[in-house]
Write a protein that binds this ligand. Structure first.
Ligand SMILES: Cc1ncc(COP(=O)(O)O)c(C=O)c1O
Length: 356
């Protein structure tokens, strides 16, 4: 039986993506060859890469606006390094918003390149809210933020208006909600939540911000070189790119980001309503900053943990325990998780209430 998969990432993908990508491993495009045994320079794979790059810009509403999409390797963690390498001037300065473990990891790497100003941090409150009302120094080379904090279950609902490039780590909520993506100059996201399997990272960059910081950048870390090579500077992660394309096609056929956002809102509303109603549970994050992707919640009385754990496992739920830095539970409701799975979790929470 297929589980109700609440894993925070790698995570659930659409069933048709599992099936079509399995088929491509056996016989890609009826060629008599596996996707895994053909050249990345073959006509068939170049077409995959081209379509994947194009569909990203189409779904984000960025076609013809000076943006390029790249599928690279190295994870979002490598972008913590590539962003400052490509954007921070020698002797320059960058501004960062510290909203969680991943934001802090990005800050740590930026410090290797120059002055890194943390404009605000919610670390003291174990990152349970998104700081607001901060000032970004006007002489910063760029402002960096994390749109969704996977571990703590908070999500930025608004982004500051600044006169410098905005860089955003959208690893855990890209393609989940409508935003004016043209407000961002560099977006990056590890594929393994809303887009595909682990192994590739999506980068969406406004070309005009590149080549201006005066640094000599090693080729593999240079966005401009990857753009020039059409995301084929070296052998790309062919399988993750192909499975990502299938996921993005699935999303497009569903009606794109506007359509999935409605479903995601319904899922989050259903679960948060139960967390707030059920006297056995409480939410971990500030209500106004709650993430629609990762809902973090706790039992008011830890004594019920063993019973609850037995019950949700028996209901076919997987991947619910919270990250060790928050404890409790984390329900990751990425795009491919159906509303029915959320109903199963809510039913278990109600059954626990009755059982106690
Ligand atoms: C928001 C965010 N940024 C960065 C990362 C790190 O991604 P990767 O493992 O692809 O380097 C994660 C991983 O979960 C994440 O959730």
């Amino acid at each position: 039986m297929k589980k109700h998969n609440y894993s925070a990432g790698p995570c659930i993908l659409p069933q048709e993506v599992f099936e079509k990508s399995a088929q491509a491993i056996l016989n890609f495009n009826d060629s008599g060859l596996s996707l895994l045994e053909i050249s990345h320079r073959s006509k068939d794979f170049v077409a995959v890469m081209d379509e994947a790059r194009a569909i990203v810009l189409e779904l984000l509403g960025l076609e013809g606006k000076g943006y390029q999409a790249l599928f690279l390797a190295g994870g979002a963690s490598l972008e913590f390094i590539m962003a400052p390498y490509n954007l921070m001037k020698e002797g320059g300065k960058a501004a960062y918003l510290d909203t969680g473990t991943w934001a802090a990891a990005a800050i740590k790497e930026a410090k290797l390149f120059g002055e890194t100003v943390v404009v605000a941090s919610s670390k003291e409150e174990n990152y349970n809210y998104i700081p607001k009302g901060y000032t970004v120094p006007s002489d910063a080379d760029y402002f960096h933020c994390t749109s969704n904090n996977t571990i703590f279950g908070t999500q930025m609902k608004e982004f500051p208006s600044v006169d410098m490039p905005i860089v955003c780590d959208m690893s855990s909520d890209i393609f989940s909600r409508e935003l004016d993506f043209s407000k961002f100059d560099l977006i990056y996201a590890g594929a393994q939540k809303n887009m595909g399997p682990a192994g590739t990272t999506l980068i969406v960059v406004k070309e005009e911000i590149l080549g201006k910081n005066g640094r000599i950048i090693p080729s593999m870390l240079d966005y401009a070189k990857h753009i020039k090579a059409e995301s084929m500077y070296n052998t790309p992660p062919v399988f993750p790119v192909y499975a990502s394309l299938l996921t993005l096609q699935w999303l497009k056929n569903l009606g794109g980001i506007a359509a999935i956002e409605k479903i995601n809102n319904a899922k989050a509303a259903l679960l948060y309503a139960e967390i707030d109603r059920n006297p056995l549970f409480k939410g971990a994050a500030a209500v106004e900053d709650r993430s629609n992707m990762n809902a973090t919640f706790l039992l008011n009385d830890e004594a019920h943990a063993a019973t609850f754990d037995t019950m949700w496992k028996a209901a076919g739920i997987s991947g619910l325990p919270g990250h060790r830095s928050v404890g409790g539970y984390r329900a990751s409701m990425y795009n491919a998780l159906p509303l029915e799975s959320v109903q199963v979790l809510v039913d278990v929470m109600q059954a626990l209430e009755k059982a106690i």
